[in-house]
Design a protein around this ligand. Structure first.
Ligand code: PEP
Ligand code: MG
Length: 328
């Protein structure tokens, strides 16, 4: 099977009826793998910066961060690289910064932690900006955003980081562009704030892993309730439809960076809804490209309407599963 998928390595991700989609990489685990994928991925849709932080025994310095971010950005020249600010807490712990809480997934995570520690946040923002000197492919994304004020404060921090780094590098070659700033949509509160969020950010990316967890109130890592965790639950499907509708209404670029984008049935459902940018782990990318190239978006749209009309999750999945099987 892998050999079959490898045949599409240098092809573009276009459906049989001519819809081009972007297949991006979820990066951060291995710099070498991230770089090796630069010929087949359309860019990096999610760089999980906490992973290099987790592999150390202390916070990386600003210069160490610059080096690691720069390697990835420089290997994707001409393609977008979306760096997410530190998303520790929940299931992601730093050995040198322990967080002990009763309910870690509802606790001090992502942007909540970095806004409480502006020194960590500012150093990271500056490192991303410095790493982008002379390049124009950086965008920055905020994880675990719950409220508009978090975005406003983060934007002010980015303004400050950009002013300071620009002043410090004014006599050097290569300007530092002000990057696009976006948020992860993964806390359900944002579903109700899309009209207010739109003017504050440049793009949205849907974190289906956490969005599913928080919509269904089910720990994404707890085997005992794994049967309830379902990224194709009707409520999650409605949320996903609402986000793409909002993205169209407010002309906001939107992508999916949760596991659903790298799932064969998931990507078909998302394509049917109108999503066109998918970010996934390197192990899924070629397979998803192969599937996209075997599909027709007009058929998928019809299939989605039909599948939803049954109001039955197994029938829904069965119909998309059959479509997938028929296309090998
Ligand atoms: C998500 O929640 O879907 C996501 C992409 O972020 P992470 O898995 O890193 O929490
Ligand atoms: Mg998440």
């Amino acid at each position: 099977m892998d050999e079959l998928f490898a045949t599409v390595r240098n092809e573009s991700a276009v459906t049989l009826d001519g819809v081009t989609v972007s297949l991006l990489l979820n990066a951060g685990l291995s710099a070498d793998t991230d770089i090796a994928m630069n010929d087949t991925a359309d860019g990096v849709g999610l760089f999980r910066t906490e992973i290099p932080f987790m592999m150390r025994d202390r916070f990386p310095s600003e210069q160490e961060q610059v080096t690691s971010y720069r390697r990835v950005m420089a290997s994707y020249v001409g393609k977008p690289v979306c760096m997410r600010t530190l998303d520790v807490g929940g299931d992601k712990q730093l050995p040198y910064f322990p967080i002990v809480e009763e309910n870690p997934f509802l606790g001090w995570r992502g942007i909540r932690l970095t806004l409480d520690h502006p020194e960590i946040f500012l150093v990271q923002l500056k490192a991303m900006l410095r790493a982008s000197q002379g390049l124009d492919n950086l965008s920055i994304m905020l994880p675990m955003v719950t409220s508009l004020d978090e975005v406003r404060v983060a934007r002010k921090m980015l303004d400050r980081a950009w002013r300071e780094v620009s002043a410090e590098t004014a006599d050097q070659k290569g300007i530092i562009r002000y990057p696009s700033l976006g948020v992860m949509i993964e806390v359900p509160s944002l579903l109700y704030l899309l009209p207010d969020l739109a003017p504050l950010v440049d793009f949205w990316s849907v974190g289906t892993n956490d969005l599913t967890q928080y919509l269904l109130a089910v720990d994404r890592n707890n085997g005992r309730v794994a049967g309830i965790y379902d990224a194709l639950h009707p409520a999650v499907l409605r949320a996903l439809q609402q986000i793409i509708d909002g993205a169209r209404r407010y002309a906001k670029p939107v992508s999916i960076c949760g596991e659903l984008a790298g799932d064969p049935i998931g990507v078909l459902v998302l394509l049917a809804m109108g999503y066109r940018r998918f970010s996934m782990n390197n192990s899924n990318l070629m397979r998803i490209k192969y599937i996209v190239r075997q599909s027709r978006s007009d058929e998928l749209q019809k299939l989605l309407q039909e599948a939803l009309s049954y109001q039955n999750t197994s029938v829904f999945k069965g119909l998309f599963g059959r479509y997938l099987e028929e296309r090998g």
